[in-house]
Design a protein around this ligand. Structure first.
Ligand SMILES: *Cc1c(COP(=O)(O)O)cnc(C)c1O
Length: 383
């Protein structure tokens, strides 16, 4: 197997055989001509399969460590939430999901407001605490849902440890790898059964498309997920698949800069008088640092922090930057700032997932780090 950076550019992306085009074409077609009824190229209808989507699926599977040598594969979906919904279709009434107490707000909303209505039970626990995980598992637990680093508190979950507990309880371990990306962390190699992505974020990388994916090394599971992808139909179109595929080609170089810039921002904030607390697993005194150091290549591009001035100060700072755009989402080349309690995590208000009202979350982009620090410094001075 070639190395990660090379596979990002080549896996599933051979030149197109008819013309030699070096870029996978956008196959804008819903259907495929057949030579005789049932006699076709392997492609029949684009909900079932489309060559641009296939290329993306092969590339993503390869980046998560699943290629021709290992069975399994990837299903690309219309969004990260569509990928979550496909996991939901694996469950039946009475099954139980154990999820983190600071999961992505949309994941929490789907499980607590959609799956719960279909008779699926759920509870939350602090998955960074092995005793809390052991205590929360039930005989009915079918899925343990891990996000690491978590959103928005950037806590780090020991994937291998949770995999052991989940498997001993007979549950499937799903890891949302959106924040880390396969460049920094490969959960399947640590015992996860399914990796989930919002490809909207770092994989796409340019804030210009919405998509998702599931990857597994389990041949039965991928067959079931492919069946569900086709049966339920939440597939990405060929243009969106192309955009994610194009983003993936530069994932390795982008992640290097995201990580370096985020570390610079975290250190700057940690030394700033107006800042009360910084959440970044790359800081040596962060509670997640040791586990992150073990299971990740570097610490990612997301940084959260709290100011000493409370929620009003958080609003002023989040509206006071110029390069950091005030916006939801993350993982693009441009830096973003947001207040989770009022934006991405609004649906968690009053619930077990409530986040501090004065928390600010940064998606640190790949601009020049000095410009980013100056922008933050100006906003902190003005607050
Ligand atoms: C954005 C996000 C999702 C949902 O993905 P969409 O593409 O917005 O549907 C799931 N998990 C995490 C960690 C995310 O950041």
């Amino acid at each position: 197997m070639t190395r990660f950076d090379t596979r990002a550019i080549h896996a599933g992306q051979d030149p197109e055989p008819t013309t030699g085009a070096v870029v996978v074409p956008i196959y804008a077609t819903s259907t495929y001509a057949q030579a005789a009824p049932g006699e076709h190229s392997g492609y029949e209808y684009s909900r079932t399969d489309n060559p641009t989507r296939t290329a993306l699926q092969v590339a993503l599977a390869s980046l998560e460590g699943v290629d021709e040598d290992r069975e399994g594969g990837c299903v690309a979906t219309a969004s990260g939430m569509a990928a979550t919904a496909l996991v939901g279709y694996l469950l039946k009434p009475g099954d139980h999901i154990l999820m983190p107490d600071d999961a992505y707000g949309g994941t929490f909303r789907f499980i607590s407001q959609v799956l719960a209505g279909q008779g699926i039970e759920w509870t939350v626990a602090d998955l960074t605490d092995p005793d809390a995980v052991a205590a929360a598992l039930r005989p009915e637990t079918r899925v343990v849902w891990v996000e690491t680093p978590t959103n928005p508190l950037l806590r780090v979950v020991d994937i291998a440890a949770v995999a052991d507990s989940a498997h001993s309880a007979g549950a499937t371990l799903v890891v949302d790898n959106t924040f880390a990306t396969p460049y920094l962390q490969r959960p399947l190699s640590l015992g996860a059964d399914i990796v989930l992505h919002s490809t909207t974020k770092y994989l796409g990388g340019h804030s210009d498309t919405v998509g998702g994916a599931l990857v597994t090394a389990d041949p039965d599971l991928i067959e079931r997920l492919r069946f569900l992808q086709n049966a339920a139909g939440p597939v990405p179109g060929p243009f969106d698949s192309y955009l994610v595929l194009r983003g993936i080609k530069t994932l390795a170089v982008r992640m290097e800069r995201h990580c370096a810039n985020a570390m610079a921002v975290a250190e700057f904030l940690a030394g700033h008088d107006a800042v009360e607390q910084v959440y970044y697993p790359g800081l040596v005194d962060d509670p997640g640092h040791l586990v992150a150091h073990r299971q990740m290549e570097a610490f990612g591009g997301m940084v959260s922090f709290r100011l000493s001035g409370g929620p009003e100060a958080a609003i002023r700072v989040s509206t006071g930057t110029e390069l950091f755009f005030l916006a939801e989402s993350l993982g693009g080349v441009e830096s973003l700032i947001e207040v989770p309690a009022a934006m991405t995590h609004l649906s968690a208000a009053g619930s077990a997932l409530e986040v501090p009202a004065d928390l600010i979350r940064l998606s640190v982009g790949i601009e020049h780090p000095d410009d980013l620090l100056e922008d933050l410094d100006r906003a902190l001075r003005r607050m």
